[in-house]
Design a protein. Structure first.
Length: 140
């Protein structure tokens, strides 16, 4: 029997997953993280990217647009800014968001632009498109 740990993934909108997993792969701000049962404790920020976890029924992929992950030896909590199940990703919407962010960064009046928010939106859109291509999803 494989060793397991409990995983909770929540976003501002809803609880995405709560259950037992065998391993977790997360997009940490300083690099990708592999979390196994009895991992040492840590708290890290997440960058936009793919959060994967392995359950007894197989691998599951979510897109997270950033957030925080707390790791305890037997429980992991992910507080995602936004989380979307892989099957719900929309490449066209991500491409549109990327274009809007790029257009906004080229705006004429720097006083009215929140560069950090636009850069975060652009990074999230690019990461979402990359994930869609990696998991083999096509345009809807």
């Amino acid at each position: 029997m494989a060793m397991t740990m409990h995983l909770d993934v929540v976003s501002a909108e809803e609880s995405i997953y709560s259950g037992v997993v065998e391993e977790i792969l997360a997009p940490g701000t300083l690099g990708n993280l592999g979390i196994m049962p009895r991992h040492s404790q840590l708290i890290t920020t997440l960058k936009p990217g793919e959060l994967r976890y392995k359950t007894k029924d197989g691998d599951v992929s979510l897109f997270v647009a950033g957030g925080i992950m707390e790791v305890q030896p037997s429980i992991v909590t992910v507080l995602a800014d936004t989380a979307v199940r892989a099957e719900d990703l929309d490449e066209k919407a991500a491409q549109d968001a990327q274009k809007r962010a790029e257009d906004a960064l080229q705006g004429k009046d720097p006083e009215d632009i929140d560069y950090e928010a636009i850069k975060a939106e652009l990074e999230a859109a690019k990461a979402q498109i990359e994930m869609i291509h990696r998991i083999g999803k096509t345009l809807r």
